[in-house]
Design a protein around this ligand. Structure first.
Ligand code: SAH
Length: 299
């Protein structure tokens, strides 16, 4: 268990506070989730996006060659992953409602071909009817980071018109449709303070997501936040550990952003209470174009 009053001390306390926190989280993870690390196949489906999020390397206004994988390419990626023993496919991409709708038959084929696999989507905010069609087609998990639980901070990270309220409504609807639902945020995003992180923790405690994605913010050239400092890997690890204690059953990946900032970051994440890694199965020729942030590693 974790007490509300302790949260700030756990985030800001000294090295020994952190070491103790990581140990407790590791023990909790072992007791609740067991000794296995779960592997997901990340297929970066498309970098075409209608949004202009200030932090993101595939934002609409950034000059980057665009691609969208076709059905055959997606099925090839999944086949490679399946043959490697991976049983969860994650299709992630920019927010593109028309193209997301065209994924419905692809998801149906994936479901027919691999009845026992988990199919996770991470395609941003879509019309509820599209979420429903994708769910009927066989998708069963959806990742949509809330990015910030504070409405003003959320607004400062996103273009006018994007609102926290909308994002939370999407998360509620995804849950209602029977998706296992994932949320999360970047650590050290511009303007974020410890108070914001406490709000993020409280929001997740209230929502009880099935999955939690947390990684450090990493600046990307050609975005409004290009010159902002990266987030802290250590703070990311503390948040992973706190969330493991707060939501023991959640699936929490040691993210690629963490591994990009910290050598052996995936291992550090697992030792702080994460139980999932996401391996990239995107075709080699497109990988470099899904450049959310600077120096993204493919481990
Ligand atoms: N379009 C989908 C997928 C977004 S990419 C969606 O909106 O959910 C997946 C995640 O990458 C985002 O949720 C964001 O938290 C993270 N991300 C984007 N830019 C980043 C950056 N510069 N540094 C670290 N993480 C970033």
């Amino acid at each position: 268990m974790i007490r509300e009053n302790d949260l700030e001390a756990l985030l800001t306390g000294d090295k020994s506070t952190a070491e103790d926190l990581f140990r407790r989280a590791r023990e909790k993870c072992l007791a609740v989730k067991g000794p296995e690390v779960l592997v997901r196949a990340l297929v970066e489906w498309s970098n075409v996006c209608r949004n202009d999020c200030l932090y993101c390397g595939i934002r609409r206004s950034r000059n980057v060659p665009r691609y969208t994988l076709g059905e055959e390419e997606i099925l090839d990626c999944c086949t490679r992953a399946w043959n490697d023993g991976v049983r969860t496919f994650v299709l992630q991409g920019g927010e593109n409602p028309a193209a997301a709708l065209r994924l419905v038959p692809t998801v149906k084929k994936m479901r027919e071909r691999w009845p026992g696999a988990a199919i996770t989507l991470s395609l941003g905010e879509l019309p509820f009817t599209t979420y429903a069609l994708l769910r009927e087609a066989g998708a069963n998990r959806y990742l949509l980071r809330h990015e910030s639980a504070n409405p003003a901070h959320y607004a400062s990270l996103h273009p006018a018109g994007m609102r926290l309220e909308t994002r939370l409504a999407c998360l509620q609807e995804l849950r209602r449709l029977g998706y296992e639902t994932g949320m999360g945020m970047m650590v050290g995003s511009p303007g974020q303070g410890v108070g914001h992180l406490l709000e993020d923790l409280r929001l997740m405690q209230a929502f009880q997501p099935d999955m939690i994605g947390i990684g450090p913010f990493i600046p990307q050239e050609g975005t409004p936040f290009a010159d902002r400092p990266a987030g802290s890997a250590e703070m990311t690890l503390r948040l992973i550990a706190i969330l493991r204690l707060m939501l023991p059953e959640a699936n929490i990946p040691a993210t690629t952003a963490l591994a990009t900032l910290l050598p052996e970051g995936k291992k550090a994440g697992i030792l702080a209470g994460a139980n999932v890694v996401m391996n990239v199965y995107t075709p080699e020729n497109e990988r470099a174009k899904y450049d959310l942030y600077k120096g993204k590693v493919n481990v």
